[in-house]
Design a protein around this ligand. Structure first.
Ligand code: GDP
Length: 427
């Protein structure tokens, strides 16, 4: 059985949650490997509709071990609330584990996220203000606290004393706000530690065991490739790598262990927050897609910017991740449009280019070059076989496949598990 990574191929919100929920049926382990509770998956399954922020989407299968990997930053309060909410709705979380190496989001991270965004004014990044960026910055600066450290209260007190002294200087002297109390933060985090202790483990050995038994492991991506701090639209990016490569580091597996990498693409594009998006539609077609698809953030409720499928970005995403296949989601949404456009190149300063520029200022100046295809204009959510899709829908899928240089294995035509067309096997 392989390790399969499921990766957001655009700017996130592609429907990874549905794809993981679908494939997890055959899995032994699902590992979330990056981001924090700024990401959110909506999963619709026989138990209802669930909004998950930290817990992997495999949680609905009792046989699946779900791991929050070392590459995730964890707000313990959010995690505890998520566990409680799932339990209240009858979902068992006894097979949930958290890597002891995962870094914590501390109260100063959340505070500083908001203060820094305010200071940026008109140049704000549009972060979710949940402390994710500051927590990853502290991880890189060796000022982070790992969740495993909550289990040693004495050592925790010393480390927190040292870090909080430094953070309080920033809070009071730079931002002019009140300092945080060591006692309050310490006792709060000790309580979180007691509550989460049963879940905290060394988790890489759990992956090793699954691989030794030839069991399926899924690496569950969060956000999307174009938000990667190296390859996305920097600085309008997230702060941990949502790429397949990030999956190795964030879960604790070697690259050779991964045998399939599935890119999840929406049939059009969306983006939340600031930063360039060459195919954005600021007209009634964009509004129509947003309303028809309910394109509002799972975590923040913010309206998502909507636009045509960007195949230049798509092909870049395939290359940077090494996709072996793709899932195309939300094809049903396009069923009302008489004409569809796909961006096949950019016009940059009078020249035609077919690559995704690394420089955000260049990308801002890129004008999309479109290819037009006729729309199918009929509902398709009830269709389960590829050959039963309207020919015009098949032509759209085939053209995307060609442009992104990657076979499309699976097509999603609705939020529910069964609203899926298995075009070709993934495993
Ligand atoms: P994720 O973070 O990548 O999992 O994406 P989100 O959860 O933010 O957004 C995906 C949304 O689309 C969820 O509300 C899903 O239930 C829904 N969804 C997934 N696939 C499809 C589809 O093919 N058609 C429609 N209409 N909705 C879908």
């Amino acid at each position: 059985m392989p390790v399969i990574a499921i990766i957001g191929a655009q700017w996130g919100d592609e429907g990874k949650g549905k794809v993981v929920d679908l494939l997890a049926e055959k899995a032994r382990v699902v590992v979330r490997f990056s981001g924090g509770d700024n990401a959110g998956h909506t999963v619709v399954n026989p138990y209802g509709e669930f909004k998950l922020h930290l817990i992997p989407s495999g949680i609905f299968y009792p046989q699946v071990v779900c791991i929050i990997g070392n590459g995730v930053v964890i707000n313990p309060k959010v995690l505890i609330d998520e566990v409680d909410q799932l339990n209240q709705r009858g979902i068992d979380t006894s097979k949930l584990f958290i890597s002891d190496r995962a870094n914590l989001i501390m109260p100063y991270h959340t505070l500083l996220d908001g203060l820094e965004e305010e200071l940026r004014g008109g140049k704000a990044l549009g972060t979710t203000r949940k402390g994710i960026g500051p927590a990853f910055a502290d991880k890189a600066a060796r000022l982070g606290i790992r969740i495993g450290e909550l289990l040693d209260k004495e050592a925790l007190l010393e480390r927190l004393r040292f870090i909080l002294e430094y953070k309080n200087v920033i809070l009071t002297k730079i931002y002019g706000v009140s300092p945080l109390s060591l006692n309050e933060v310490y006792s709060q985090y000790c309580q979180y530690g007691e509550r989460l202790a049963p879940y905290i483990r060394e988790t890489t050995t759990m992956l090793e065991e699954a691989l030794a038994k030839d069991e399926l492991v899924i690496l569950e991506g969060a956000q999307g490739t174009l938000l990667d701090p190296d390859f996305g639209t920097y600085p309008y990016t997230t702060s941990s790598s949502p790429l397949a490569g990030g999956g190795c580091v964030g879960a604790g597996l070697g690259p050779t262990a991964i045998s399939r990498i599935l890119g999840v693409f929406k049939a059009y594009c969306t983006r939340v927050g600031g930063g360039p998006m060459p195919t954005e539609l600021k007209d009634e077609i964009g509004d129509l897609i947003r309303e028809r698809a309910g394109e509002y953030g799972t975590t923040t409720g913010r309206p998502r910017r909507c636009g045509w499928f960007d195949a230049v970005a798509g092909r870049f995403s395939t290359r940077i991740n090494g996709f072996t296949g793709a899932a195309l989601t939300r094809l049903d949404i396009l069923g009302v449009l008489p004409l569809l456009k796909i961006c096949v190149g950019y016009k940059l300063d009078g020249k035609t280019i077919d690559y995704f520029p690394g420089n955000v200022a260049s990308l801002e100046r890129c004008q999309p070059i479109y290819e037009e295809l006729p729309g199918w204009q009929v509902p398709i959510s009830h269709i389960r076989q590829y050959r039963k899709l309207p020919i015009k829908a098949q032509q759209y899928v085939a053209r995307l496949e060609e442009l992104i240089s990657c076979p499309i294995n699976l097509i999603s035509v609705g939020a529910r598990r069964e609203q899926t067309i298995h075009k070709m096997p993934i495993l």
